[in-house]
Design a protein around this ligand. Structure first.
Ligand SMILES: [Zn+2]
Length: 168
């Protein structure tokens, strides 16, 4: 059989309600906003979608399986810590990110002023140059109905490191 190309693609999606009284953590950064994503962890829909894309590309189930909602260990967990855990799983199966692309839809907060910071933070965690982590912000034009949400779509490309000399 012809060997398959040593690259994998994964898709992730997440959505959280935006509610008062929650820190607005998106893409690993705490942003100034009157509402924040509800959730068991910090509700960071951007990192949640990204992690599902990474896990999907690696064939490693999904976020809910790795970090179950009913497990008290993940109560209020930082999604950056969960991302580090996901990256450790990728290393175990000898895969590494090549590039990721993110689309975030919300009416609040405005993402444009924070886009460069989020890209830099995520790129640093993934061990990638900033131009390999893209982030696009969209508004819903209030088309999401009376319930305000933040929604993120993510794609991630991974490479297999199995044949690399010195791969850990
Ligand atoms: Zn989530």
């Amino acid at each position: 059989m012809t060997p398959l190309p040593p690259i994998r693609i994964g898709l992730g999606w997440d959505r959280h309600r935006l509610v008062p009284g929650r820190d607005c953590v998106l893409g690993g950064l705490r942003l100034p906003c009157e509402v924040g994503p509800a959730g068991h962890s910090d509700g960071d829909a951007v990192l949640h979608a990204l992690m599902d894309a990474l896990l999907g590309a690696a064939g490693l189930d999904d976020l809910g399986t790795l970090f179950p909602d009913d497990d008290p260990r993940w109560e209020g967990a930082s999604s950056l810590d969960l991302l580090d855990e996901v990256l450790a799983r990728l290393r175990q199966v000898r895969m590494a990110p090549v590039s990721v692309d993110l689309v975030v839809a919300c009416d609040r907060p405005r993402l444009a002023p924070h886009r460069a910071s989020i890209r830099a933070l995520v790129a640093e965690r993934l061990g990638l140059p900033v131009d390999r982590v893209n982030l696009k912000g969209k508004t819903t034009e209030s088309a999401g109905g009376p319930i305000e949400t933040v929604e993120c779509h993510a794609v991630a490309l991974l490479r297999e490191r199995r044949d690399e000399v010195g791969a850990d």
